[in-house]
Design a protein around this ligand. Structure first.
Ligand SMILES: [Zn+2]
Ligand SMILES: [Zn+2]
Length: 320
């Protein structure tokens, strides 16, 4: 039996490959707070490094959000993003997403690393469970509920996320090291950069930073494809044609994850209480009927309510 199956989107990785090929997220060895000293102390819960007690204390107001997501029973979102980017099929369309959003086709200069910021969500894999949680009166308990990773937004490179990106700057020195390794393996001409995965509700945090090489096949796909065929959420086994755009790339990635009901790709995990609460709290961003309707439409159309949610949050912060 072949270890990978092919469909119209490309080669889908096998379970074995998904298990084996976990991409390593950039962890960094510098203190997360001051970014100057070598980190020698670790947060006992999430292993974030600090140079001193003082720095750890200073960072705590922001850090507690990220750290709470590492509580017992919560899925490891950092790990999920590594699994996501290790999946060659999903990585291919995330690469196209980056090419389109950061206009890499128009920027042949590969000497500079690109920086992409992708906002992700972790939400119930069943739309019915989603709407049970996504309301003011939702009851949050520890009962098992399956969640899955989804991608919600890619920010253009010039967006300054203010306190979010300040907390975890792009790891320039580490990037340079990886670039050198790349040139040695003859890949220096390909676009190379980092994706920061950002997650959260009211406070958003960078959960991981991973480097990615944009391979020629993704560049070709971005250059030549006119339409993307997205799995039809309403009629399994059929597809809908969408013009190739950052939006349709995200839609495709989300739909492919949604289709993986057997969790062959390991992007589904049990939702902890904190993650459930984040879905419930997201309700607050839709105070009136029109916004609610917009959110519901987005959920049904895209399989993701966070896209509408993020628009609201980012607009409120003047980031869009
Ligand atoms: Zn420090
Ligand atoms: Zn921590």
């Amino acid at each position: 039996m072949s270890s990978a199956s092919s469909n119209s989107y490309g080669l889908s990785p096998s379970r074995k490959e998904v298990n084996r090929g976990r991409h390593k997220a950039y962890k960094g060895s510098l203190c997360k707070n001051c970014q100057t000293n070598e980190g020698s102390k670790k947060c006992p819960k999430c292993k974030t490094v600090y140079c001193s007690k003082k720095c750890q204390k200073e960072d705590w107001p922001q850090h507690k959000v990220l750290c709470a997501l590492h509580s017992e029973g919560e899925p490891d979102i950092n790990k999920l993003t590594q699994i996501l980017i290790s999946n060659r099929l999903l990585r291919r369309y995330i690469a196209v997403l980056i090419i389109l959003k950061l206009k890499l086709l128009q920027k042949p200069d590969t000497a500079r690393s690109f920086h992409a910021q992708i906002i992700i969500g972790f939400e119930p894999s069943s739309i019915f469970d989603f709407f049970d949680l996504f309301k003011r009166s939702a009851v949050i308990d520890a009962s098992p509920l399956q969640g899955m990773l989804q991608i919600h937004k890619i920010l253009p490179e010039h967006v300054d996320l203010g306190d979010i990106s300040k907390r975890v700057p792009f790891p320039e020195s580490e990037l340079e090291k990886r670039r050198t390794d790349l040139s040695q393996s003859g890949l220096a001409t390909l676009p190379f950069g980092v994706i920061q995965f950002i997650y959260g509700a009211e406070s958003m945090v960078v959960v991981s930073a991973v480097d990615i090489v944009i391979h020629t096949e993704s560049m070709e796909l971005a250059r030549n494809a006119n339409d993307l065929e997205i799995p039809n959420p309403f009629q399994p086994g059929t597809t809908i044609k969408k013009p190739l755009s950052p939006y349709s790339c995200m839609e495709l990635v989300n739909m492919l994850i949604r289709q993986d009901t057997k969790n062959k790709w390991l992007l589904r995990m049990n939702m902890g209480v904190n993650h459930k609460k984040m879905i419930k709290d997201a309700w607050v961003a839709f105070p009136d009927y029109v916004k609610q309707l917009k959110a519901f439409n987005a959920k049904v159309a895209l399989g993701s309510i966070y896209t509408a949610y993020m628009e609201v949050i980012l607009q409120d912060r003047g980031l869009m």
